[in-house]
Design a protein around this ligand. Structure first.
Ligand code: F6R
Length: 610
C-alpha cells in the first residue's frame, strides 16, 4: 500500500518528508521517491528498495526546498523498479505527482494521451498517466483546476499529491476512495496518507473526504467539495501514540486487516471487469485453445493459501469443467506427480516467497506445465517465475495470521474459474452474470456485517477457556472450516481440528463430549438439512455448538447453542463472507487469552525455508 507525504513550509522540507516516509514503512513498500520545487525547477529523486537507498542517493546533494512531495510505493502496475517509483512527472517535466490507489481506466487514458497529445511514457504505471493528464489541463497558473479536470476523467481510486515548478507556493491534493489527511503544522502544512507519518510534527488534522480537493500553502489550507465549493472542516485532534496510529486506532493489525477486507476485495475486483461486464485478467493471457488443452490443473500452496486453493478447485471444476487437484506444496514437490505440457499449475501465495511453493513451481515448470500464480506481493519470486500472474490487491498484510490475503485469493480463484469457463464456452451467460453480481455485492455486505461484530465477541467470551475445538462443514464450508480452525490454533494456541461434517461419524465423533466446542459452518442452503443432522449428532453427545449460517436460516439452527448469521448470498461464494466471523472468533479468543495476536509464537510472516 503506497504512502504519501507532502510538506510546504518556511523551512527546508526535504528531511521532514523523508522522516514522514519512514513512519509509513510499516505499510510495506518496494521503492521510495521525492519531488521538490527548487529555483523554479522540479527535482525528482527516486530509488527501488528501502528509503535508505533514497537517502544514499541524495545524501551529498544538499537538497533545499520549501515545497515537496514524497512517496513509498507498493507496486500494482509495473514491477518494483527505479523507473516505476513515484513521483512521476508530466510531459513537460514541470509537474510531479504522487499517488495511492488504482486508476481503473488508465489504459484507455494512456491511448488517448498518446494519440491526441503525443505523450511518451517512461514507466508502466497508472500514476504517470495521471501526471500526463494533469499536464494536458495545466495552463501554468492554476494547478488545482488542472487536477480537478484530470480527476473528472478518471475511474478508480486515488489520493494524489501534486506540485508544479510554475507554482512552487502550493501543493494540490485530491482524494477518492484512498486515504488522505492534511496536517496543520507550526511552520507549514502537510498532506499524508496516514496519521503516523505526521505524528512527530502535528496533532491537528483535517480528514479529507471522498471527491474533495485541497490546496495547501504555507499558511493556508482550502478544501473544496465535488462541486468546487469551499467547505469547512473541523479539526481532528490526534491523541493516539505512534503505535496506535499505525493501526489506525485498531488494537491489532489483524483486526485492522479484517476490517480492510471490503476494500481489498473491491480493489481486487476493480479493473478486472470491463464496462460490458467481461472479466479482464490482467497478467493472464490464455486463449480458448490453450484452456481447452489443459486436461489437468494442480493448485499448489501452503497454509491459508492452500485453503484458498480448495475453494479454487471447487470453482474451476464447476465453472470451467476441468479436473483439479489441490496439493500442499511441501508434499507435491516430493511426490513425483504426473505433469506434462497439458498441465496448468497454479501457485497461490501472499508473499510470493514461500520456498515450498516456489520449489513446487520450479519442478512443474521443468516438466513443461504452464505456470500461473495468484500473488499479493508484486515482483516477488513466485510472480517473476510464472508465465501468468494474477495479483490480489489486498495491500500489505502485516499480522502473521493471514486474513485479507485469503479473501482476495478467493476472489481471484472465482475470477479465474469464470474466465476459463467463459472462454471454453461451457458456462451459461446466466450463471456467469449471477456470479459476477454476487461477487460485486460482497464488499458492501461485508462492510455492513463488520459494523455488527459484537455477537462473535460474546461467543468468544464463553469459549475462550476451552483447550480444544472442532470445526465442521459440508461442501465449500468444509474448506472454510479448515481455514477457521487454522486461524484459531495459530493465534490462540487452542488445539483445533477441522473435518467434513459427514465424515465425523467415521471416527472423530468419539472425541465429542459434554461441553466440547463445535463450530459448525452451515452456510450452504442446499445442504442445510444434512448439516443440521450433523449438528444434532454432536449435540446428542453434549457438544457446545456455535453455528454460522446465512440470514433467513435461523430456524434450522435452533439446536445450536450460539449462532451468528452472515448476509444472504449465493451458496458458492459464501466462503468469502463465512470466514469473517471465524477470523473474528479466533481474534477475540486469542485476545481473551492474552496472546500476542499479531506475532504468534513460532511463526513467521514469510516462510523462506523448507
Ligand atoms: C496462516 C498463514 C500461513 C500462510 C502460509 C503461506 O495465517 O498466513 O499459513 O498462508 O505460510 O504463505 P504465502 O501465502 O505467503 O505463500
Amino acid at each position: 500500500m503506497c504512502g504519501i507525504v507532502g510538506y510546504i513550509a518556511d523551512e527546508n522540507v526535504t528531511g521532514v518528508i523523508i522522516e514522514g516516509l519512514k513512519k509509513l514503512e510499516y505499510r510495506g513498500y518496494d521503492s521510495a521517491g521525492i519531488a521538490l520545487c527548487n529555483d523554479n525547477n522540479l527535482l525528482v529523486r527516486k530509488k527501488k528498495g528501502r528509503i535508505a537507498n533514497l537517502e544514499d542517493l541524495i545524501r551529498d546533494e544538499g537538497l533545499f526546498s520549501h515545497t515537496g512531495i514524497g512517496h513509498t510505493r507498493w507496486a500494482t502496475h509495473g514491477e518494483p523498479s527505479d523507473r516505476n517509483s513515484h513521483p512521476h512527472t508530466d510531459m513537460s517535466g514541470r509537474i510531479a505527482v504522487v499517488h495511492n490507489g488504482i486508476i481503473e481506466n488508465y489504459a484507455e487514458l494512456k491511448e488517448e494521451l498518446m494519440a491526441e497529445h503525443g505523450s511518451v511514457f517512461r514507466s508502466d504505471t497508472d500514476t504517470e498517466v495521471a501526471a500526463h493528464l494533469i499536464g494536458v489541463y495545466y495552463d501554468g497558473s492554476n494547478l488545482e483546476d488542472a487536477v480537478y479536470q484530470a480527476t473528472q476523467k478518471m475511474r478508480g481510486a486515488y489520493a494524489f499529491g501534486v506540485i508544479s515548478a510554475d507554482e512552487p507556493d502550493k501543493i494540490v491534493a485530491a482524494r477518492k476512495d484512498s486515504p488522505l489527511i492534511v496536517g496543520l503544522g507550526k511552520r507549514g502544512n502537510f498532506i499524508a496518507s496516514d496519521i503516523p507519518a505526521l505524528l512527530k510534527y502535528v496533532r491537528q488534522i483535517y480528514l479529507i473526504e471522498n471527491n474533495e480537493l485541497v490546496v495547501l500553502k504555507e499558511n493556508e489550507v482550502k478544501i473544496f467539495n465535488a462541486d468546487r465549493e469551499e467547505v469547512h472542516r473541523d479539526v481532528f485532534n490526534v491523541t493516539w501514540d505512534a503505535d496506535a496510529a499505525e493501526k489506525e486506532g485498531y488494537d491489532h493489525f489483524m483486526l485492522k486487516e479484517i476490517h480492510e477486507q471490503p476494500s481489498g476485495i473491491r480493489d481486487t475486483l476493480i479493473r478486472r471487469l470491463d464496462e460490458q461486464g467481461e472479466i479482464v485478467l490482467d497478467g493472464i493471457d490464455l486463449t480458448k485453445e490453450e484452456i481447452e488443452k489443459f486436461d489437468n490443473v494442480y493448485i499448489v500452496a501452503c497454509g491459508t493459501a492452500y485453503h484458498a486453493g480448495l475453494i479454487g478447485k471447487f470453482a474451476i471444476e464447476k465453472l470451467a469443467h476441468i479436473h483439479v487437484e489441490v496439493d500442499v506444496a511441501s508434499e507435491f514437490r516430493y511426490r513425483d506427480p504426473y505433469i506434462d505440457e497439458n498441465t496448468l499449475f497454479i501457485a497461490i501465495s501472499q508473499s510470493g516467497e514461500t520456498l515450498d511453493t516456489l520449489g513446487a513451481l520450479r519442478m512443474a515448470k521443468e516438466k513443461g506445465a504452464r505456470i500461473m500464480s495468484v500473488v499479493n506481493v508484486v515482483g516477488s519470486s513466485i510472480a517473476r517465475e510464472s508465465d501468468d500472474v494474477f495479483y490480489t490487491w489486498a495491500g500489505p498484510e502485516i499480522a502473521v495470521a493471514s486474513t485479507k490475503a485469503y479473501t482476495t485469493q478467493l476472489v481471484c480463484m472465482y475470477l479465474i474459474a469464470l474466465y476459463m469457463g467463459r472462454k471454453k464456452e461451457v458456462l451459461s451467460d446466466e450463471l456467469y452474470h449471477e456470479y459476477l453480481e454476487e461477487l460485486s455485492a460482497i464488499p458492501e455486505k461485508l462492510e455492513k456485517y463488520l459494523k455488527n461484530q459484537e455477537q462473535v465477541e460474546t461467543v468468544a467470551s464463553k469459549l475462550y477457556q476451552q483447550d480444544h475445538a472442532f470445526f465442521i462443514g459440508r461442501g465449500v464450508d468444509s474448506a472454510v472450516a479448515l481455514e477457521g480452525s487454522l486461524k484459531l490454533k495459530e493465534i490462540s494456541y487452542i488445539n483445533s481440528f477441522a473435518i467434513a461434517a459427514g465424515e465425523l461419524k467415521h471416527g472423530t465423533i468419539a472425541l465429542i463430549e459434554k461441553g466440547t466446542p463445535v463450530i459448525a459452518l452451515a452456510t450452504q442452503q442446499s445442504l442445510l438439512e444434512k448439516t443440521v443432522s450433523n449438528i444434532q449428532e454432536v449435540k446428542a453427545r453434549g457438544a457446545h455448538v456455535f453455528a454460522i449460517a446465512q440470514e433467513g436460516c435461523e430456524e434450522a439452527l435452533k439446536d445450536a447453542d450460539e449462532f451468528v448469521v452472515i448476509p444472504q448470498c449465493m451458496d458458492d461464494v459464501s466462503p468469502i463472507l463465512a470466514i469473517v466471523p471465524l477470523q473474528l472468533f479466533a481474534y477475540y479468543i486469542a485476545r481473551f487469552r492474552g496472546c500476542d495476536i499479531d506475532k504468534p509464537k513460532n511463526l513467521a510472516k514469510s516462510v523462506t525455508v523448507e
